[in-house]
Design a binder for this molecule. Sequence first.
Ligand code: FAD
Ligand code: ZN
Length: 471
Amino acid sequence: MAESAAPLMTSLQAIVGDFHVITSAVDTAPYVTDWRERYRGQARAVVRPGSTAEVAAVARVCAEHGVPIVPQGGNTGLCGGATPHAGGDEIVMQLSRLNRVRDIDTENATMTVEAGVPLAAVQHAAAEAGLLLPLSLAAEGSCAIGGNLSTNAGGTAVLRYGNARELVLGLEIVLADGRVWDGLRGLRKDNTGYDLKQLFLGSEGTLGIITAAVLKLFPRPQTSATAWVAVKDVAAAVRLLGVVRQALGDRLTGFELISADCVTLTRAQFRALPDPLPGHHWYVLLQADDASANSPLLAQVEAALADCLSDELARDAVIAQSEAQAAELWNLREHISEAQKREGPNMKHDISLPVSRIAAFLARAKEALDTALPGVRYVVFGHLGDGNLHYNLSAPVGVPSSTFIEQTSRANRIVYDLVAELGGSFSAEHGVGQMKRTEMERYKAPIELELMRRMKRALDPHGILNPGKVL
Ligand code: FAD
Ligand code: ZN
């Protein structure tokens, strides 16, 4: 608006202190670029409030000046949602100083944490109290719980515990005009009108700023089993999922699909990682946990896998014999994204489908892409138990990655049209950010988009919160 930049900066400095208003190009650089270095923006400043009151005061000043805010947690998002636009008129609101665990109520099995606490630290605090926060993903050392909730993060234990959304009982929100909604309730039952917190979960900072949350905690597993299973193909992996679920019930925590190409690629970048059962095309990494220390879980996993081997659903299997071995298997899984990043730019598709249609999707997508992009390399892995695949495409051998990714729009059209035809979603985990707005227009029903725009106008009429993201 008419205001000059100086009073804005002076007001921001008065709220958070000079030290926490960063303006130099060198110091703002890490905050205006995303994890994949795919988006580079500019900001008037990176502002680091240290409390909910400071977040609210910053939001109020920004609303007065008409200055947009880009909320940012750990900046590990994969869709450019936390990256400002190139115009340089926004501020990045970096939330990592909101780093307190406010309360753990062991009898209620809940914890109240501030938005900037890294996910790994939230898990650790829950563990210290003898409980489990089951949200777990490869970026957990760097991402923040506020970012996880704003993206409704998934990860490797969704099969049993649900997405981030399912783990939240209450939220504290700073609205676009700087008012604070204290919805930090620790109730598992509360039918008093609309469930407002659901609007903010997964809204990628476009409707409000999450400053704190009440999270559900669970009993810590006392018995665990981790297995690496070679399967003939993806259809066999899907059938294996059914058998193992029947045998273990909801003790099956995670069921991950990994192609042999992923293993090769990851081990090329991280040589110390294991190659548990070489010579197959597809693998499943499964994890089962039981809260009881005297559980027959391990024997049940062994029996289920033995049945699968004799039915030829599985071709070979190893069960981790120690926590260290289990950690090694998970390490292999969790280094795939980083290995792909090291290899160079690639095309990521974070899709979901009904589990029953995944094998058909893979066959049809391969046929179409082999024709459109001859020699394309498939890096396919993901949370098969949730119907969520990371369907990533890398450059053919000998083709520079930078040339290959020029074909992204073409590949996206093939992949996402097929996903839509089969009843799936073009974004299962990572969200929309600035990367998938075209897909929103193409695949969301007009009525759905209209309702979303109305909600955006109701909560943020002046477009202060993360404009140009999601919608
Ligand atoms: P940021 O990247 O900082 O922000 C993400 C979005 O949320 C942005 O739109 C931002 O504006 C908004 N935001 C951040 N904090 C707040 C807040 N307090 N209030 C309002 N809005 C806010 N994701 C999965 O779901 N599952 C996975 O398994 C997974 N694996 C990953 C593995 C790797 C190696 C990497 C790099 C990423 C992975 N991701 C995964 C993606 C990413 O880690 C998640 O999206 C994560 O939840 C983002 O958290 P963050 O704190 O880094 O958020
Ligand atoms: Zn994932």
